[in-house]
Write a protein that binds this ligand. Structure first.
Ligand code: 3PG
Length: 311
């Protein structure tokens, strides 16, 4: 009977791999669509604080409706759950708004090249703040990541300091978000999908007052009239699309976190950035110099070396 057991095991392993493959492909596809609509909106309507608030609002509404209609079973949560979610939500809010501010100032590809340096931030935070140590190969892999991102930044034709710093702040914030949410999801009865739903709602509450303070209804209204006259009513669909796709790609990524290790997740995230970088360069016809592309390639190669070293 041993061969039968083995073949059953092989089958379930193949099914698991297929499932993860489907998660990854869906996650990347949704993310590419989000990034394109997000940039189309920001080009015509440069109010990143409002658009990042709308993304969180869309996700919150989708999930509240899903719970109310029992399409998804609502999670049972207590005060402790929301307390432990709070730091995750603060980090998620900062990382999200910083990335959106960045993309309002620079090419989508540039933001994502800098964001491919996230593993370097993860190692530095773990080392200097949490006191974790790593084998030398891990530290060595940071050299191409940092060097490649640096080369890409120095040779970027449309460099902008706010755009660069936004992506860097997003990296730092998301490292903390991932550390806190790994702790929060462990041993918790809340599924990845519902965990992300609660995260959107709490982040929406945190971000809304800041969006009003930084931009505010007056600026939004004036800008919106301008965008309407430039683009037409289509701008509303673009805004709806960026908001809904933002929720969907994040939801799928949190659902895949139920199935895979954080390391596999970060490899998947880097491969996601390659598809975003390539597709946004094609769609927005972003000018790239060869040395600039070389920097990006070195940074991404460094991320793969990093994941090998960590295994
Ligand atoms: C955002 O708006 O939150 C960023 O685009 C997120 O970037 P990431 O999910 O690709 O890290």
């Amino acid at each position: 009977s041993k061969p039968i057991v083995e073949s059953a095991e092989a089958k379930s392993e193949a099914a698991r791999k297929l499932k993860i493959g489907i998660y990854f492909a869906t996650w990347w596809g949704l993310n590419v669509i989000f990034n394109i609509y997000n940039k189309k909106v920001l080009n015509a309507y440069p109010f990143p604080w409002l658009t990042s608030t709308l993304s969180l609002a869309a996700g919150s509404i989708i999930m509240l409706v899903s719970w109310a209609l029992r399409i998804v079973e609502a999670p049972k949560t207590d005060l402790d759950f929301w307390k432990s979610l709070f730091p995750v939500a603060v980090a998620h809010t900062i990382g999200h708004v910083a990335a959106t501010v960045s993309m309002s100032k620079v090419a989508v590809s540039f933001t994502h090249i800098i964001k491919s340096g996230e593993p370097a931030f993860s190692v530095l935070v773990s080392r200097f703040i949490l006191g974790e140590t790593f084998p030398p190969a891990v530290y060595l892999s940071l050299l191409p990541i940092i060097g490649g991102c640096g080369l890409a930044a120095l040779t970027e034709l449309n460099f902008n300091m706010t755009g660069f710093m936004g992506a860097m702040i997003s990296n730092l914030a998301f490292v903390f978000r991932n550390i806190f949410s790994k702790k929060g999801m462990k041993g918790n009865a809340v599924s990845g999908m519902n965990y992300y739903a609660c995260l959107s709602m709490l982040s929406l509450l945190i971000l809304t007052p800041f969006a009003f303070a930084v931009e505010g209804p007056q600026m939004w209204a004036v800008g919106f009239r301008e965008a309407l006259s430039q683009i037409g009513p289509q701008i509303i669909w673009w805004m709806a699309a960026q908001s809904v796709f933002y929720h969907l790609y994040n939801q799928v990524s949190y659902m895949s976190l139920d199935e895979i290790s954080p390391l596999t997740f970060s490899i998947g995230n880097t491969m996601k950035r390659i598809s975003v970088i390539v597709s946004s360069i094609i769609i927005f016809q972003t000018p790239v110099q060869p040395v600039n592309a070389l920097g990006a390639a070195i940074a991404i190669l460094g991320t793969f070396l990093y994941s090998q070293a960590k295994q």
